[in-house]
Design a protein around this ligand. Structure first.
Ligand code: PLP
Length: 391
């Protein structure tokens, strides 16, 4: 007799968004009385302004940077765009160069492409089979034309396969060649230690909703020596870098979420790592032909597992998992020429042919070993069914 699947909801898509944490919700609720315009001169406006500045100071302390370097934006995409396009436009007429890694988020690759269309030169730095950037290639490129204003944009950690980049080495290399470094730390914060005194990047993007904070608020950390041209113009808020009425309640949510994520980072990472390793060994044992993307990289995110299944249709696997109540993501739906479905998996090279299913599992504070076992069992069962249908 066939067993009916367990359809209880199981959320394993924290890298897409982390549902708002109760602590963050409460912190924001307490600040709702400050929902006034921080630019207003009256008492209520000044209170809202104070709230915003308290949040800014808290964020700066948690990242170990100067509070004047923290700019609130509308999220990760906007911070990435501001860093890359803002840099290239600020150096318009000086032949700026922008280097991005081959596996950046589209918020960076598309901003790089836009900068190129406006006259900057764009260089794409390849990665190896684990998704780790080719530092020797970066060094050769940087040495080539040393006098041009140069931005190197390398994500701290990849959103699809979890590879953590050797960001300290990228900074050291780029600074030796006089280049400015931007890092998209959207997926790294709260998962690996991020301390800007130890890792002196010039620009850093982050977003609240990956940390258990609200959607629609992010930060760009920008060191004072870096020249950026704003992308929009208005009333001069955020020292003209991100003009428009500011969002003190959102900023409070960002700070509360970051505080929680950073405070629990070490203990959560240890717990997640055990879950990740358990899931990976079950998948490798039970799913025919499965591979784990990024495995073997010197450093990986502790809470993310990206599985590749050859000869299997991605949509069929994802829909079947969803039907059983398990929410996960595939690779990025965008930008692959090979039909594999993920330009990041494509960039890893190897003998991969379409169809090829990519399934990303990512854990959060409430993910348990039972959840991981349930996901592993479901994936093995579904993959076998989809493979059998394909024959
Ligand atoms: C690495 C990375 N950068 C940027 C973004 C975009 O952030 P936001 O959703 O806040 O625009 C994401 C979100 O998926 C991401 O994973």
């Amino acid at each position: 007799m066939s067993q009916s699947p367990d359809t209880r909801r199981l959320y394993l898509d924290y890298a897409a968004t982390c549902p708002m944490r109760l602590e963050v919700w409460r912190a924001m609720e307490a600040e709702l009385e400050f929902s006034f315009n921080p630019a207003s001169a009256h008492t209520l406006g000044r209170q809202a302004h104070r709230q915003l500045e308290i949040a800014r100071g808290r964020v700066a302390d948690l990242l170990s940077c100067d509070r004047a370097s923290v700019y609130f934006t509308g999220g990760g995409t906007q911070s990435d765009n501001l860093a890359i396009l803002g840099f290239s436009r600020a150096h318009d007429g000086q032949k700026p160069r922008v280097f991005v890694s081959q596996i950046e988020h589209k918020a960076c690759t598309e901003a790089g492409a836009r900068a190129e269309s406006e006259g900057a030169s764009l260089g794409i730095i390849p990665v190896d089979e684990t998704g780790t950037i080719d530092l020797a290639r970066l060094e050769r490129e940087l040495a080539r034309d040393p006098d041009r204003p140069t931005l190197v944009s390398v994500m701290w950690a990849n959103n699809e396969i979890g590879t953590v980049q050797p960001i300290d080495d990228v900074v050291a290399l780029a600074h030796t060649h006089g280049a400015v470094v931007h890092t998209d730390a959207v997926q790294a914060l709260g998962k690996v230690p991020v301390d800007l005194t130890r890792t002196p990047v010039d620009l850093l993007s982050a977003t609240a909703h990956k940390l258990g904070g609200p959607v629609g608020i992010g930060i760009l950390v920008c060191r004072p020596a870096v020249r950026l041209e704003p992308l929009s113009y208005g009333g001069g808020q955020e020292r003209s870098m991100w003009p428009g009425t500011q969002n003190p309640v959102g900023a409070t949510g960002f700070a509360a979420a970051l505080d929680f994520a950073v405070t629990h980072q070490e203990s959560e990472a240890e717990r997640w790592r055990a879950l990740r390793d358990h899931l990976e060994s079950r998948v490798l044992a039970d799913v025919p032909g499965a591979r784990i993307h990024g495995r073997g990289a010197p450093s990986r995110l502790p809470h993310l597992v990206s599985v590749g299944i050859p000869a299997c249709d991605s949509a069929a696997v994802l829909v079947s998992l969803d039907f059983e109540g398990i929410a996960v993501s595939g690779g990025s739906a965008c930008g692959s020429d090979s039909g594999i479905g993920s330009s990041v998996v494509d960039a890893l090279g190897g003998d991969i042919e379409a169809p090829y299913a990519t399934v990303r599992f990512s854990f959060g504070h409430d993910t348990s070993r039972d959840d991981v076992d349930r996901a592993a069992e479901a994936l093995a069962r579904i993959a076998k069914r989809v493979l059998a249908l394909a024959v």
